[in-house]
Design a protein around this ligand. Structure first.
Ligand code: CP
Length: 307
């Protein structure tokens, strides 16, 4: 069971924890829930401390915090005193000294969020740490899957792309495995981590996209994390798109009602055909909307536990 004061990983999440968080998020998806939340954390301060670029995560955490009545401050690495040599810990301690109730951290180093837990009095929420985890992304993905499929048990979820460098793949494998879904990982061999099946209790490794999407209920495509690559992982982008990109030829192999997901940002024409990204099968923008409700639920839980 997670400690509810910090949300850095889904490794300790039980089925009940996931159900609780998703149920709580669902209350914020209604006008009544939004109205009730308006002053829930009035007077508290949340700091979004982002050391990597972000559109969806940063904006939805900001919206979520504001809709809970909190003051939300955004700090990016380029505009912070880390450029003058200040450490992450000193930065966090200074924010805590200004009574930041919660710090949402995005950082290129795996383990950065866990590193801050217990070292500062603020609640810590992981907004993505290196190739480790992106817990609220997996929770919003689960919220979206539940909305469209109504269940997790027995679902086949194909997660395809740069698995080795993907914190989204890792958090999803943990959550979906806990909830009883089959997870199929598919990527070029150079982008499949060793011991990939250790990443989740129900993970299967599939070397070909044709096999991975066969009969799938959900296909989640991932971008190539070029910022984390140290060398060439495949011959050309064109060849990657032809072999590991999802297009009209392969979508016919999924279940007829399969949904297409992507955490964003999408590299159109590389991992996903633009026509599919914009099709009725795509729930990509639903995922983005789910992010507000799930992040409201996560912030409400950690700030309620820490006050
Ligand atoms: N899915 C996701 O983390 O997107 P951003 O990098 O835009 O936050």
């Amino acid at each position: 069971m997670w400690d509810r004061r910090n949300l850095t990983s889904l490794a300790s999440f039980t089925r009940d924890d996931v159900a609780d968080l998703l149920g709580h998020a669902a209350t914020f998806a209604t006008p009544e829930g939004q109205a009730k939340a308006r002053n829930a954390h009035k007077g508290k301060t949340i700091v979004n401390l982002f050391f990597e670029s972000s559109t969806r995560t940063r904006v939805s955490f900001e919206l979520a915090g504001k809709r809970l009545g909190a003051d939300v401050i955004n700090v990016s690495s380029s505009g912070s005193s880390t450029t003058k040599g200040e450490t992450l810990l000193d930065t966090a301690k200074n924010l805590a000294a200004m009574r930041a109730e919660c710090i949402v951290l995005r950082h290129p180093a795996s383990g950065a969020a866990d590193f801050l837990v217990g070292r500062v009095p603020s609640a810590i929420v992981n907004g993505g740490d290196g190739a480790h985890e992106h817990p609220t992304q997996a929770l919003l993905d689960a919220f979206t899957i539940q909305k469209h499929k109504g269940r997790f048990d027995g679902l086949v979820v194909a997660i395809c792309g740069d698995i080795a460098h993907s914190r989204v793949a890792r958090s999803n494998a943990l959550l979906l495995g806990t909830m009883g879904a089959e997870v199929r990982f598919c990527s070029p061999g150079t982008m499949m981590p060793p011991c990939a099946t250790d990443l989740g209790p129900t993970v299967k490794v599939m070397p070909r996209l044709e096999g991975a999407v066969e009969g799938a209920d959900v296909v989640m495509m991932l971008r190539i994390q070029t910022e984390r690559l140290s060398g060439a992982m495949f011959p050309t982008t064109r060849e990657y798109a032809r072999t590991f990109g999802l297009g009209s030829r392969l979508i016919g192999r999924t279940k007829p009602d399969a949904i297409i997901m992507h955490p964003g940002p999408v590299n159109r024409g590389v991992e996903l055909d633009p026509t599919l990204a914009d099709s009725d099968r795509s729930v990509i923008l639903d995922q983005v909307e789910s992010g507000i409700y799930v992040r409201m639920a996560a912030l409400d839980r950690v700030m309620s536990a820490s006050s």
